[in-house]
Design a protein around this ligand. Structure first.
Ligand SMILES: *Cc1c(COP(=O)(O)O)cnc(C)c1O
Length: 843
């Protein structure tokens, strides 16, 4: 045995490809010291580790600047079609290591910091996550930005610079409490404010008729101040832009107060306008119809569209520089992708700009709008679909409401044409829902105003055609598409799992980083003992590192030989963390009943945030914590079973957990999870999946073969049949003694001795009103978990399955997803050409 390596040596060995140039290292040290001195205004006697982090971040940022400027100049000169990805969420996580990796300076920076006597990993831990998202939808937007830059597309992300991102989850007295995420407290070294591009945004007011058409007047104005964030592509010298808007009060805000003499009050009231970008709404897959949220959505859309049109007009087209005034070419030069309906006001806003401001005819404007916009649907859950009250739109956006009514009038004519005299169709397809409070159905608006509508996995795209949007599919079948989600292999393998990356690269080279399909080449070593051993070694090291971290944090002893069974995602009834919890209780009951039986030891980890107002989800967290307390402190159980609730699950925690997983839990009720992307991250990192035939699990199983995944439970058709026949949970409860015991324990306070009613509500849901059929899938789930345990005992078989999982994960690269969006929706092709590096001459 050679002597153990230091962390630095390990990192150097595993993540360095090519030799760090001495010159680069010296230059980096110099830049770092310059930033410590001139930017942080510190010397090494008084500098804190945070000062060192900021000096490092600024050093790395310097390496982005020329690439960023040159990329934007290149786009200006070439005038390619621009792609605009509009999203209320961008769940970016940290930027430092991702930037170093993508621009290829990680190894000289590592070496420079080592020579300076600093621990780079300790500094990296000081970066706050940019948590401007809730879960999968926001993280998808972040993966897409990485892929679009890596594929050389002239793409822009547009969103809101929330001052407070997703709350920090703390566990106190056995339950979730929320703390505000004050992520900008120490400043954000990655962003650049652009006050010179500030844009006025109007709210409220009224609409008047003028000889030149309708005008929106007497509005209240809030300014949108852009902050630009660099998005480096991998190894191609491309740096794209994520532009995030911050609300800024106009100088003359509430001037009437000032004239009244209440100057102090006028200044204080500036906060009111600036509240628009204060905080991210913490709901995942749930619509909360709050006025402030509607203002956020319009604020982002209105600022973005003005920016898009400014850039369109200023473009130099052909060879001559000119102001482009003809909007006929807008759909040839601009693609706008709507990430769910959250930015769907882009449709009436673009109509307003083209008709009211630019003076186009309605027909012309509508043709341009529909050919420019495309809509991605992310859910079929009714409680998640946005339906804004007409009264709220009337007050805040009166002109947009008129435009929506006009769109609806013309749309219903088309419906009437297709189905003459069918009043049910008219009612079902109207943009305006008339039962109860009048509301605008934003999904209907998005479909009508777009040339393409896509679901995010094959199964989900079929469900929206056959069910949710059936009528619209029959009206305009050509609009409907599928774009199965993906994840970026840079962050979700190269960055988070350098040891596995190296084992792979040693066998097949590094092409997989940008062509993930290359991973299929490792399949031929699935049974190779040496390759299996190297895969096992990496997993074991990752598990040990995670165990060490968790033991420090939670003071529980973890058995690193146990199966790491991991269920991390937002806490939601449809995701069925409660079903997992019922498996835990079943295992516990079995151990208690038969303490000497030989079982496969497991460390079961569940993590995720519950929306602060979602009481049932919070109660599920409480139950998991209560079960963990009982299980972990029972001496009979020992190290056969440990249960850990992972606090504050977020992008940075995902990067640490997923590489250490043996088993990935993807157990939503079939038909409820549109795609899932967590499932893909686990597959790529060599965990096996236990899952239902839901979302992208279906395609994962297809890629790897059913022999490499643990599929259980009802299919969508079986769920539908059960719904039709009538679901009676008691049938399952009465016929399965293990299940009955579990439900009874939840019901009677077995896990809450101090309050026997604590979890009664959960048992009541399970038996009476369960929309997600947990009891119907319980038996199949437990059976499949027993099979998982048995296979884990056969490590040769298990490792073969792990390798087959990794080898078939190529489809789930977001590069593949983006290439498909480009070809089939945007009319944009990837460019694999590298731009010249900063030290190279420009072409
Ligand atoms: C990938 C990811 C998600 C999405 O996970 P699902 O299992 O697909 O719901 C949520 N949160 C974070 C932090 C993620 O990285």
């Amino acid at each position: 045995m050679s002597k153990p390596q230091t962390d630095h040596e390990k990192r150097k060995q595993i993540s360095v490809r090519g030799i760090a140039e001495v010159e680069d290292v010296n230059a980096i040290k110099k830049t770092f010291n310059r930033h410590l001195h001139y930017t942080l205004v510190k010397d090494r006697n008084v500098a804190t580790t945070r000062d060192y982090y900021f000096a490092l971040a600024h050093t790395v940022r310097d390496h982005l600047v020329s690439r960023w400027i040159r990329t934007q100049q290149h786009y200006y000169e070439k005038d390619p079609k621009r792609v605009y990805y509009l999203s209320l969420e961008f769940y970016m996580g940290r930027s430092l290591q991702n930037t170093m990796i993508n621009i290829g300076i990680q190894s000289p920076v590592d070496e420079a910091l080592y020579q300076l006597g600093l621990d780079i990993e300790e500094l990296e831990e000081l970066e706050e996550d940019a948590g401007l998202g809730n879960g999968g939808l926001g993280r998808l937007a972040a993966c897409f930005l990485d892929s679009m830059a890596t594929l050389g597309m002239a793409a822009y992300g547009y969103g809101i610079r929330y001052e407070y991102g997703i709350f920090a989850q703390k566990i106190r007295n056995g339950e979730q409490v929320e703390e505000p995420d004050d992520w900008l407290r120490f400043g954000n070294p990655w962003e650049k404010a652009r006050p010179e591009y500030m844009i006025p945004i109007n709210f409220f007011g009224n609409v008047i008729d003028t000889p030149n058409g309708k005008k929106w007047v007497n509005t209240q104005v809030v300014f949108a101040l852009p902050y630009d964030n660099p998005i480096p592509g991998y190894n191609n010298n491309v740096v794209n832009t994520l532009r995030l808007w911050s609300a800024k009060s106009p100088t003359d805000f509430n001037l009437k107060f000032f004239n009244d003499g209440d100057y102090i009050q006028a200044v204080l009231d500036r906060n009111l306008a600036e509240n628009i970008s204060r905080v991210l709404y913490p709901n995942d897959n749930f619509f909360e119809g709050k006025e402030l949220r509607l203002k956020q959505e319009y604020f982002m859309v209105a600022a973005t569209l003005q920016d898009i049109i400014r850039r369109y007009k200023a473009a130099k087209f052909g060879s001559k520089e000119a102001v482009r005034t003809n909007f006929d070419y807008l759909p040839d030069k601009v693609a706008i992708q709507l990430n769910d309906t959250h930015p769907s006001l882009a449709i009436p806003e673009l109509m307003r700009l083209l008709v009211d401001v630019e003076g186009l005819s309605w027909e012309k404007a509508w043709d341009i709008t529909t050919r420019t916009c495309a809509y991605t649907n992310h859910t079929v859950l009714p409680e998640a679909l946005e339906r804004w009250p007409v009264t709220m739109l009337q007050s805040i956006l009166p002109r947009h409401l008129e435009i929506v009514y006009q769109i609806n009038f013309l749309h219903l004519k088309d419906v009437e044409n297709k189905w003459p005299g069918d009043w049910d169709k008219l009612r079902a397809m109207s943009l305006i829902e008339e039962d109860g409070e009048k509301r605008v159905n934003m999904a209907h608006l998005s479909i009508v105003g777009s040339h393409a509508v896509n679901g995010v996995a094959r199964l989900h795209s079929e469900i929206i055609k056959d069910d949710l949007f059936k009528n619209f599919y029959e009206l305009t079948p050509e609009k409907f598409q599928n774009k199965t989600n993906g994840i970026t292999p840079r962050r979700w393998l190269l960055l988070c799992n350098p040891a596995l990356s190296d084992v792979i690269s040693d066998k097949i080279g590094e092409d997989w980083i940008v062509h993930l399909d290359e991973l299929k080449k490792i399949k031929k070593w699935a049974k190779d003992p040496n390759f299996q051993r190297s895969i096992m070694k990496v997993k074991q090291e990752n598990k040990l590192r995670l165990a060490e971290m968790l033991e420090k944090e939670y003071k529980v002893k973890i058995n690193p030989a146990s199966m790491f069974d991991i269920h991390v995602k937002r806490i939601h009834e449809y995701k069925r963390q409660l079903l997992n919890c019922m498996h835990i209780i079943t295992l516990y009951n079995r151990i208690k009943k038969n303490p000497t039986a030989n079982i496969t030891p497991r460390t079961i980890m569940i993590g995720g945030k519950a929306a602060p107002g979602y009481h049932t989800a919070k109660l599920i967290i409480k139950l998991i914590l209560a079960v963990a307390k009982v299980v972990n402190n029972d001496p009979i159980v020992g190290d056969k079973l440990k249960v850990i609730f992972l606090e504050n699950y977020r992008v940075t925690l995902a990067e640490k957990i997923i590489p250490a997983a043996d088993l990935s839990e993807q157990i939503s009720t079939a038909g409820t999870e549109a795609s899932g992307t967590g499932n893909m991250k686990f597959q790529l990192n060599g965990a096996l999946t236990i899952g239902t035939l839901d979302g992208a699990n279906v395609e994962m199983a297809e890629e790897m073969g059913n022999e490499n995944i643990f599929i259980f439970g009802m299919t969508v058709d079986e769920v539908e049949a059960l719904k039709k026949k009538g679901y009676n949970a008691y049938d399952y409860y009465s016929n399965n003694p293990e299940l009955k015991q579990v439900v009874d324990q939840i019901h009677n306070g077995f896990f809450s001795p101090e309050n026997s009613d604590e979890f009664k509500h959960l048992a009541d849901i399970l038996l009476k009103w369960d929309r997600f059929y947990l009891l119907a899938d319980y038996e199949a789930y437990i059976k499949k978990q027993d099979e998982v345990s048995a296979v884990y005992q056969n490590q040769v078989k298990w490792l073969e399955m792990c390798i087959n999982n990794i080898a078939t994960s190529g489809k789930f690269s977001s590069d593949r997803t983006i290439i498909e969006y480009g070809k089939e929706i945007w009319g944009v092709n990837p460019s694999y050409d590298k731009l010249p590096a900063p030290h190279e001459p420009r072409e």
